[in-house]
Ligand binder design. Structure first.
Ligand code: PAF
Length: 282
C-alpha cells in the first residue's frame, strides 16, 4: 500500500518507528474500525507529525465467556480506513508477536476504579487493557496517544496510569461519534440485528434525558431519575446507570459530571456516557 507502512512484528515496528522524526501520535485499536476511530485518526493527524495505528484484539481483556473469538477482524478494510485518514504506520501484531513469552504474569493493576462499573461486570478487564496499553506505549513511543470518550472509564484509567507511573506521553480524549439517531458508534454494534439496534437507542435516550434535566438546572437526584425514566425498553437489560463526577468519583453535587450507562441488548453488552454540568443547589 502506498503512503502507509504496515508491520506485524516488533522488530519491524522498531525499525519503522526509528525512521519517524518529529512528533508521533498513536491511536490504539482492536480493529473493526468505524467512523469513531476515523475521528481519532484525524485528531492525531491534526496534532502530530506522524500517526501510528495499532490493531490488536487483546486476549488479556476478554473474560472466558466474552466475545474474543467472534470479535470482528477486518484488517483489509481497517487498512483502507487508516490510509484514508492519513496514518503513516500500522502495527498489526499476532498474539504471539505481542506476547512471545505467553500471556504476561506481570500486569498493571488499575486500582479501585478498575474494579467498579465495567470492572464489576468484567473482572480483570482493566488489568488487561492497561497492560496492553502500557506495552503499546513502550513499543510505539508516542508523544501523544488518542482515546475515545466512548470508553470513558478506560480513558480515565489510562490518564491515571500515565500520571501515577510518570509515563512520558500526553493522553488526548476525543468526543464520541454518534449515528444521527444518537447511537454511539462501536465495533460491537455490528452484532445487533435491526430490531436490537432500535432497542439499543434506549441507552443514548437515557443519557440525553439526564443531560436535558441537568441543562434545566435540576439536581443530581432528578438528573438520574430522568435518565432512569427514559431507559425504557423491555428488550434491554440495564447493568448500570450512574452519575459521577468528571473523574468517575461518586456523588457529584455541582459542576462537571458524567452520566454512564451499560446494558445488554440480546447477547451484546453496550456502553455509553455523556458529560454534563450540574447546577449548584443549596
Ligand atoms: O479501546 C480499545 O479498543 C482497547 O481497549 C485498546 C485501548 C485498543 C486496548 O486493547
Amino acid at each position: 500500500m502506498s503512503g502507509i507502512d504496515v508491520v506485524h512484528s516488533r522488530a519491524e515496528l522498531a525499525k519503522a518507528r526509528a525512521g519517524l522524526t518529529g512528533t508521533v501520535g498513536v491511536v490504539m485499536t482492536m480493529g473493526a474500525l468505524h467512523a469513531g476511530h476515523e475521528t481519532l485518526l484525524r485528531a492525531a493527524r491534526e496534532q502530530a507529525d506522524h500517526v501510528v495505528v495499532t490493531i490488536f484484539v487483546n486476549p488479556l481483556q476478554f473474560g472466558p465467556n466474552e466475545d474474543f473469538d467472534r470479535y470482528p477482524r477486518t484488517l483489509e478494510t481497517d487498512l483502507e480506513i487508516c490510509r484514508r485518514a492519513g496514518a503513516d504506520l500500522v502495527f498489526a501484531p499476532s498474539v504471539a508477536d505481542m506476547y512471545p513469552n505467553g500471556q504476561p504474569t506481570v500486569r498493571l493493576h488499575p486500582g479501585p476504579l478498575g474494579e467498579d462499573l465495567e470492572g464489576l461486570s468484567r473482572p480483570g478487564f482493566f488489568h488487561g487493557v492497561l497492560t496492553v496499553v502500557m506495552k503499546l506505549l513502550q513499543l510505539t513511543r508516542p508523544d501523544l496517544a488518542f482515546f475515545g470518550e466512548k470508553d470513558y472509564q478506560q480513558l480515565t484509567l489510562v490518564r491515571r496510569m500515565v500520571r501515577d507511573l510518570d509515563v512520558p506521553v500526553e493522553i488526548v480524549g476525543v468526543p464520541t461519534v454518534r449515528e444521527p439517531d444518537g447511537l454511539a458508534l462501536s465495533s460491537r454494534n455490528r452484532y445487533l440485528s435491526p430490531a436490537e439496534r432500535q432497542v439499543a437507542l434506549t441507552l443514548s435516550a437515557a443519557l440525553r434525558a439526564g443531560a436535558s434535566a441537568a441543562a434545566r438546572g435540576e439536581d443530581a437526584g432528578a438528573v438520574l431519575a430522568a435518565a432512569h425514566r427514559a431507559f425504557d425498553s423491555p428488550g434491554a437489560r440495564l447493568d448500570y446507570l450512574v452519575l459521577t463526577d468528571a473523574d468517575l468519583e461518586p456523588g457529584p453535587v455541582a459542576g462537571p459530571a458524567r452520566l454512564l450507562v451499560a446494558a445488554w441488548v440480546g447477547d451484546t453488552r453496550l456502553i455509553d456516557n455523556i458529560g454534563l454540568e450540574l447546577a449548584p443547589h443549596a
